[in-house]
Design a protein around this ligand. Structure first.
Ligand code: GAP
Length: 515
């Protein structure tokens, strides 16, 4: 069957509808009209999310003898957040439009403005590429084209001014940049802005049974601090020597001012973080190593290199001396999915000072104790899930008027790995299919269905990303063979049932992308 891809450029609305229709993601408490920017994962969503999480865990913990895992509690002693700087510095600058009463992140308004200039540059490059074809010299074009040079100077100028304002903590200047750029509120269209104010992103709640005894604690805004406060516990029990890492997956909470773009930015989300403890002075080598390793992991998810990007931070967070984002080209723009940060000895030193406990490592080679430096890799599980959906979703035109939606997920992450179908629900085919299901379910996530035409059943499996479908037909009863259909090519092979396990195991092997 010939096929032609008609849609690869995904629109976020299409992804949101697909997630709802096929049981990946539902709005939270939907029967009460939902809760803004909070989502629940459905039967296929939870499988995909768990698979993604386990894949990260295997890549970080199982494949690295010097990385171990922990699972710390969400609630932590309130002093944790004083020490980490989150009480004083975990703020977003917000600004309100006085006419629409809408609230925005001031930094996002400026970044979006700069992104539009970058888009203009990219469009000029694309146009010239088309015009000049193979003779096009992109580097030369970027250095000489007057339009590009003017836009580059403009973008760099805004970035430099914004960076200086952030570093000086000068919120009046941040507002002035918005005014000077004539940025208007997308709702009211006016430039009637309030002052810029800082807003702390941590959620707080009370612990304790009686009001007088209760004390304020926070829902953790990052999982990293659970690792730092357990540094000595892990060091003393895991027989690790520096350099070594501690990994963790868990929920984090941030009272985001602008929570939007589906599961990209939510107030409750999951992080997969790893803190790698190193000898001071060696941190930049490890920073470069983890930058490269993490990019390789993203590529192993099937993300093409042109959809991935490193972006150095304009202003590093209060705890870091170098920081880079790995970005992904979402339908709504190029955005961060993972941060890699050189966090120096900031966190351990802060906890050491506030707790009065020594958080040091004795380095027998140097015959010296020190507070280790830390390289952190911090990735959003939900954001990476969204990147997988956006990258995988395709609408394809088939022969005639037929169309199919296919979710080209990496086979090892697919919520269902094998669909098992009796061609018809009679003549003992269902019983045979059930026999196969009962054998394969021990090794793979399988799904068996008898209803509807075989074509419709294939389409449903394509739409949830099932890489293989097995069909049991009358020939099966004669020679113990079935057809196996591959999702992406739709090619079908006839194989013996005895070979099924081995063939599928080879094809859904998670190790291939990382070796
Ligand atoms: N411990 C460092 C840290 O938390 P971050 O850059 O603030 O760094 C790391 O967050 C990752 O967590 C981001 O790259 C993103 O994937 C994810 N993340 C952060 N805030 C999020 C939110 N509100 N919703 C979904 N994911 C979020």
């Amino acid at each position: 069957m010939s096929k032609e891809t008609t849609t690869t450029q995904n629109d976020l609305q299409v992804i949101i509808s697909h997630c709802k229709e096929y049981g990946f993601i539902f709005p939270s408490s939907e029967i009460y009209d939902g809760l803004g920017a909070v989502y629940d994962y459905g039967p296929y969503g939870v499988e995909l999310k768990n698979n993604l999480q386990q894949y990260w865990w295997k890549a970080m913990v199982q494949l690295n003898e010097n990385i171990v895992g922990i699972d710390a509690a969400i609630f932590m002693h309130p002093k944790t957040w004083k020490a980490s700087g989150h009480v004083d510095a975990f703020n977003d600058p917000l600004i309100d439009n006085k006419d629409s009463k809408k609230r925005y992140r001031a930094d996002v308004l400026i970044e979006d403005y700069v992104a539009k200039i970058e888009e203009k540059i990219n469009k000029d490059v694309e146009k010239a590429e088309k015009k000049f074809g193979e003779t096009f010299d992109k580097a030369m074009f970027l250095q000489t084209n007057p339009n590009v040079l003017r836009n580059r100077e403009k973008a760099d100028g805004i970035n430099a001014r914004f960076k200086a304002a952030l570093e000086a903590g000068d919120l009046a200047e941040v507002r002035q940049i918005i005014v000077d750029l004539e940025i208007a509120c997308p709702i009211s269209g006016t430039r009637n802005w309030t002052e810029v104010r800082q807003f702390n992103l941590m959620f707080s709640t009370e612990v304790g049974s009686v009001a007088e005894e209760a004390s304020t604690i926070y829902l953790r805004p990052e999982t990293a601090q659970g690792i730092f406060v357990n540094f000595l516990n892990v060091l003393n029990t895991s027989r690790q020597r520096i350099p070594f890492g501690i990994a963790q997956v868990g929920k984090a909470f941030r009272n985001e001012i602008v929570a939007r773009q589906f599961i990209f930015r939510t107030r409750e989300f999951e992080q997969m973080e790893m803190q790698f403890f190193v000898r001071p002075g060696t941190e930049m080598e490890w920073y470069e190593k983890w930058k490269a390793d993490r990019m390789k992991w993203h590529r192993s998810l099937g993300f093409p290199q042109e959809k991935l990007n490193y972006k150095d931070h304009l202003k590093v967070a209060h705890y870091a001396n170098a920081a880079v984002d790995i970005e992904f080209a979402f339908p709504f723009g190029i955005k961060e999915i993972e941060g890699i940060h050189s966090r120096t000895d900031f966190d351990l030193t802060q906890h050491q000072n506030l707790s009065g406990k020594k958080l040091q490592y004795f380095d027998s080679e140097l015959n010296q104790s020190y507070v280790p430096y830390v390289i952190e890799t911090s990735i959003g599980l939900n954001r990476t899930f969204l990147a997988l959906m956006c990258n995988g979703y395709k609408k394809e035109k088939l022969d005639g008027d037929n169309e199919r939606v296919v979710l080209a997920l990496p086979p090892f992450l697919a919520p269902v790995q094998i669909g098992i179908f009796p061609l018809v629900n009679k003549d003992g085919l269902s019983e045979k299919a059930e026999e196969i299901y009962n054998e394969l379910k021990w090794d793979f996530k399988c799904f068996m269905e008898e209803k509807d035409s075989i074509g419709k059943r294939y389409r449903r499996m394509d739409a949830i990303g099932t890489p293989y479908c097995i069909t049991v037909d009358h020939q099966t009863l004669e020679d113990n063979t079935v057809t196996i259909r591959e999702r992406d090519t739709m090619k079908q092979d006839r194989i013996n049932i005895e070979q099924l396990k081995q063939i599928v195991a080879e094809r859904v092997d998670w190790k291939k992308g990382l070796r």
